[in-house]
Design a binder for this molecule. Structure first.
Ligand SMILES: [Zn+2]
Length: 283
């Protein structure tokens, strides 16, 4: 696993249970109220471009293989698949308040909602699930009010500040104060791997104060830019009222690790999906 070098101890750890590797954040684990994880492409039964732990039902893989992958991953991470609740990701900033009525939606039953990029809940045992291949997973844990959030933040979600929307929604629904949260910015594409064009940068210039532009992107001789989605999401959480020490950011890039993780950029779109999972434990 290629780790982006940072100071101090690694923020992300590889675990292996029942033959299935996955990534976790020790900082989230230390809250002791959640089960969580981020899948790799290892430990599943899918073949070819989906090899082997593909979690997408809609990219052409065999359904039986995908179901077996979920079963294996659930046993490894410690959740039951009948408790899964899926997002319906379309690069919005829409957040769904997940309740008991949603148990199983996406895996056991069809979803009866669309255009949902963020999920929040205070129901223990429901397993929030969102999907990735370079975009940024945001895990939010509120140990004070026993509530969690999980949001998908690609460049559009980041421009729209879905991280801040998730914090605010948890505030409205559960009384979460920004200072209560522990959050993780998960494995996703690093700045060195993420070239974008001028039109994307213009939207970031509109969304972020010019004082932080140099932390977010730089222009190259070819006229393109390299964009830092990790830093952008950190700044969004700080704008939402969190302190830096409440935020942990992954040191793992999907595109730098194409044998370990699915990357849309590295595979030119021929790939499966990774999954982020977050469950509030029973008290
Ligand atoms: Zn990278």
């Amino acid at each position: 696993m290629k780790v982006i070098k940072k100071e101090g101890t690694p923020t992300t750890e590889m675990r292996r249970e029942k033959g299935v590797p996955f990534l976790i954040f020790p900082k989230l684990e230390s809250t002791e109220i959640v089960t969580h994880g981020f899948s790799t492409r290892l430990g599943g039964v899918s073949e070819g471009i989906f090899s082997s732990m593909n979690l997408s039902f809609t990219r052409g893989d065999q359904e039986a293989h995908v179901r077996e992958n979920y079963t294996r991953l659930g046993k490894a991470m410690g959740f039951s698949c009948e408790n899964l609740v899926f997002s319906d990701q379309t690069h919005t900033t829409n957040i769904r308040v997940v309740t008991e009525a949603d148990r199983g939606k996406g895996f056991v039953y069809p979803r009866d909602y669309t255009d949902v990029d963020g999920l929040v809940t205070n129901v223990p045992g429901l397993v929030l699930a969102t999907f990735y291949a370079d975009c940024v997973p945001l895990f939010l844990v509120d140990p004070v009010h026993h509530a969690v959030g999980l949001s998908h933040s690609g460049w559009k979600g980041t421009v729209g500040k879905i991280g801040k929307s998730t914090v605010e929604r948890m505030g409205e629904e559960y009384g979460t104060q920004p200072g209560d949260l522990t959050v993780a910015i998960g494995p996703s594409i690093c700045q060195d791997c993420y070239e974008v064009s001028q039109d994307v940068i213009e939207q970031f210039q509109d969304a972020f104060d010019h004082k932080v532009w140099k932390e977010l992107f730089y222009q190259k001789p070819n006229g393109k830019y390299q964009l830092n989605l990790w830093r952008a999401n950190e700044l969004i959480f700080i704008e939402a009222g969190l302190r830096p020490e409440q935020i942990v950011t992954s040191d793992i890039c999907t595109c730098c690790n194409p044998d370990l993780l699915f990357s849309h950029r590295a595979s030119h779109g021929k790939r499966g999906n990774l999954g982020a999972f977050l469950m509030l434990r029973e008290r």
